[in-house]
Design a protein around this ligand. Structure first.
Ligand code: A2R
Ligand code: GDD
Length: 330
């Protein structure tokens, strides 16, 4: 019989790509969950159909019932309030969804394991933001680097990671955690920097915005991986990751946000002025986050394949309505 994969939080940016990767890499049937009831379907992913159920991870009993009824062999936990910027505006929701929501999943797993030994492979997605300000000379961070969160979102992801580490050790649950560095790709919401720049450039091209791009902190450096590469790391890790261990996912090749802006503008044919919008600056912003990714590479053959220039080209194509980007799951 075919294996089953459950993606909790499947209707966001990463979910549809991950659903396609589960079908391709794990040969699994996929069940996804979404929160918003009015959302009828997940973002279209070519050729891939996924059964989508409603689930609010704030409802612990609903999480338990879903796991009990569906009994997937693989579970990916993506559900989160995923914006650092928004976490400053709504700390309570961020803590509720990211900490209590994760705890509900862990408790459901513990309960079912106690009931009848059910112990699926689970991947819990965390963030490079957990490291906060790097304490190393060269800024390169491996998984043993101390965590030092400097925003609310980061603090919730540290807490999720700690809880999962404890549950893996205390109850023998098959939990593997990631610290995923920034990921980008077609379909990402303009809440995040590269999608924001691509949307603004497209609006300027159409004459819907004056030729001024409004930006935040351009000096920060971030490590961007194409989402189509990220999901391949997730399917590899859920099979090969060691119980209770945490893995960095990134390229190891960070770019200043200013360089990313230059690339987006270079891929357009219009003259654009740049203006810093103070509302886009954050109370605290980590200057550079650069991963050491040896750990994931030691146990899987994963490596990122799509470079940032290509990803930006695909994102712009999507915003322009051209839809000419790499097929999902490649
Ligand atoms: O709003 P919806 O229906 O798209 O659901 C979002 C889901 N979500 C929840 N699901 C259940 N109960 C909740 N209370 C709840 N709140 C949010 O999480 C959506 O399907 C998903 C998050 O999608 P995005 O915000 O697009 O995140 P993305 O980029 O897919 O990131 C996936 C993971 C997150 O854990 C991030 O923190 C990490 O990667 O970077
Ligand atoms: N959003 C946004 N918009 N950020 C900007 C802008 C802008 O116009 N201009 C500069 N930035 C800077 C931010 O200050 C930050 O330093 C960097 O661009 C990246 O911001 P985001 O794209 O919003 O991502 P993030 O790093 O805060 O968080 C994302 O990556 C994390 C992994 O490191 C999210 O996807 C998180 O969910 C994820 O965990």
């Amino acid at each position: 019989m075919k294996k089953k994969a459950l993606i909790i939080g499947a209707a966001g940016f990463v979910g549809p790509y991950l659903a396609a990767a589960c079908q391709k890499n794990l040969d699994a049937d996929v069940i996804g969950t979404k929160l918003e009831r009015e959302k009828l379907e997940m973002n279209a992913v070519e050729g891939h159909r996924t059964e989508v159920l409603n689930l609010d991870i704030m409802d612990g009993k609903a999480v338990l019932d879903l796991l009990d009824e569906t009994r997937p062999q693989y579970i990916f936990h993506l559900a989160a309030q995923s914006s650092v910027a928004y976490s400053w505006k709504n700390p309570e929701l961020t803590v509720d969804v990211n900490v209590k929501g994760a705890l509900h999943l862990l408790e459901a797993l513990r309960t079912l394991q106690e009931k009848d030994g059910y112990n699926p492979q689970v991947l819990i997605v965390g963030s490079s933001e957990e490291y906060g300000r790097p304490q190393t000379e060269d800024g390169r961070i491996d998984e043993n680097h101390p965590v030092h969160p400097v925003n609310i979102y980061a603090a919730t992801k540290v807490c999720q990671n700690m809880l999962a580490t404890i549950y893996a050790e205390a109850y023998g649950l098959n939990l593997v955690m990631t610290r995923s560095f920034n990921h980008i790709g077609p379909g990402q919401a303009p809440l995040f920097v590269v999608a924001d720049f691509c949307q603004q450039v497209t609006k300027i091209e159409r004459g819907e915005q004056e030729p001024i791009i409004r930006v935040g902190n351009l000096s920060a450096k971030r490590d961007f991986t194409d989402v189509r590469d990220v999901v391949n790391a997730y399917t590899a890790l859920i099979e090969k990751g060691e119980r209770g261990e945490t893995y960095n996912i990134g390229t190891g090749n960070p770019h200043a946000i200013g360089e990313i802006l230059d690339e987006v503008v270079a891929q357009s044919n219009v003259e654009i002025k740049v203006e810093v919008d103070p509302r886009k600056l954050r109370p605290v912003d980590v200057p550079i986050i650069e991963p050491n990714t040896e750990k994931v590479r030691l146990i899987t053959s994963w490596q990122p394949r799509i470079n940032t220039t290509e990803t930006i080209g695909d994102m712009l194509a999507k915003w322009r309505g051209l839809e000419k980007f790499h097929k999902v799951g490649c």
